[in-house]
Design a protein around this ligand. Structure first.
Ligand SMILES: Cc1cc2nc3c(=O)[nH]c(=O)nc-3n(C[C@H](O)[C@H](O)[C@H](O)COP(=O)(O)O)c2cc1C
Length: 340
């Protein structure tokens, strides 16, 4: 590869890392490290940014890493940079979850070219996507759009389905309330959540008060959004009106390994960007999937033949402010010896 190509590669990889950092992550922990190694971007899970009381197997941290990986892929595809991806290049027990190597020339087969075209279209939405914890309107979401979202998940190797049936919605409501109450009865859980919630506008990570509803006991949601231990400091309106009648979607995978979680994250971010691209809002409802016992019950009562990885509501809502991220230099290491 020539010096000029290498410079091009480095700039493309920096932009990919910059897009990756905008990914959603559990409690905005941003649990990743990245390195530019020659013409490759190497992405790893950062074990110092895990939340073991909330996420004991790091499943949601791996999902978050998958979201970051999708953004990096979309960024490279969006600017027509040829790249080769290997997931878990050092095996599934390693923290290194992907290596994206920029190629000198594009040498793609037809399928790869088609997949890239779609990625390019949605890459532009990355800075606009947000988690929206406000009240959603009652508008119905067309089945055509929901099918489009399921297709986006399928491309990434995951299953996405709407929770349609009334009895399943009741199960979601019941298990979410039960898990939420149990979690808040656990001091280790509460302490960890407090560590990753903040009202400091200068903090580059954690869930900030500007992004969460005020919790003052004035409204009781049938499906509670997580109370980010805001003690009434939340800046969004208290009335979220989260009920079992909202449109809820469930993302799942055939297996339940690290590779499946990473895939789930890639699928999730692909779906989230499609949702944002078409002007819809979304926010996770994760409590029931966090406790092993409620997750098993969820799987059993909904009769799922796959592993539930992520549950979220989707609708129309007013705009919300962006949530901070760490600077690139805080997590990206560059091997300057190979720089030009
Ligand atoms: C794996 C995962 C789990 C999440 N769990 C929740 C949750 O339980 N409740 C919630 O309100 N937001 C949840 N979020 C959203 C994050 O808090 C959000 O992505 C982060 O604060 C950054 O904000 P942004 O999405 O607006 O950029 C989750 C996100 C991910 C990727």
């Amino acid at each position: 590869m020539t010096a000029a190509t290498s410079h091009h590669a480095r700039m493309a990889l920096r932009r990919a890392a910059d897009r990756a950092r905008m990914a959603p992550s559990i409690h905005n922990t941003q649990p990743w490290r990245m390195e530019i190694d020659g013409d490759a971007l190497v992405l790893s899970l950062d074990p110092e940014r895990l939340v073991p009381a909330i996420d004991p197997h790091a499943r949601q941290s791996w999902i978050s890493c998958g979201c970051a990986l999708f953004n990096a892929r979309a960024s490279l595809a969006g600017e027509d940079t040829g790249y080769r991806i290997s997931r878990f290049p050092e095996g599934e027990n390693s923290l290194v979850f992907a290596r994206l190597e920029v190629l000198g020339a594009l040498d793609l087969d037809e399928d790869e070219r088609a997949a890239r075209g779609t990625l390019r279209e949605i890459a532009a939405t990355i800075p606009l996507r947000r988690t929206n914890r406000t009240r959603f309107t009652e508008d119905e979401i067309s089945t055509g759009f929901l099918a489009r979202l399921s297709a986006a998940a399928l491309v990434e190797g995951a299953i996405l389905t709407a929770v349609h049936r009334e009895e399943h919605r009741e199960v979601v409501a019941r298990l979410t309330r039960r898990a939420d109450a149990r979690q808040f009865g656990n001091p280790a859980f509460r302490a960890e959540l407090r560590n990753w919630s903040t009202d400091d506008p200068d903090r580059p990570d954690g869930v900030p008060a500007i992004a969460v509803p005020k919790v003052d006991g004035s409204t009781v949601d049938e499906i509670p959004l997580r109370d980010f231990d805001s003690h009434g400091h939340g800046r969004l309106p208290a009335d979220v009106h989260s009920t079992r009648h909202q449109t809820m979607m469930l993302l799942g995978t055939d297996g339940d390994s690290r590779s499946d979680w990473l895939r789930a994250g890639e699928a999730l971010e692909h779906v989230f960007l499609e949702i944002a691209r078409f002007g819809y809002a979304t926010s996770p409802i994760m409590q029931a999937l966090e406790l092993p016992e409620t997750r098993s019950e969820f799987r059993r009562e909904l009769g799922l033949n796959f592993y539930p990885q992520f549950l979220f509501r989707i609708g129309r809502a007013g705009a919300t402010a962006p949530v901070p991220r760490r600077d690139l230099q805080d997590f990206l290491h560059e091997d300057h010896l190979t720089g030009h």
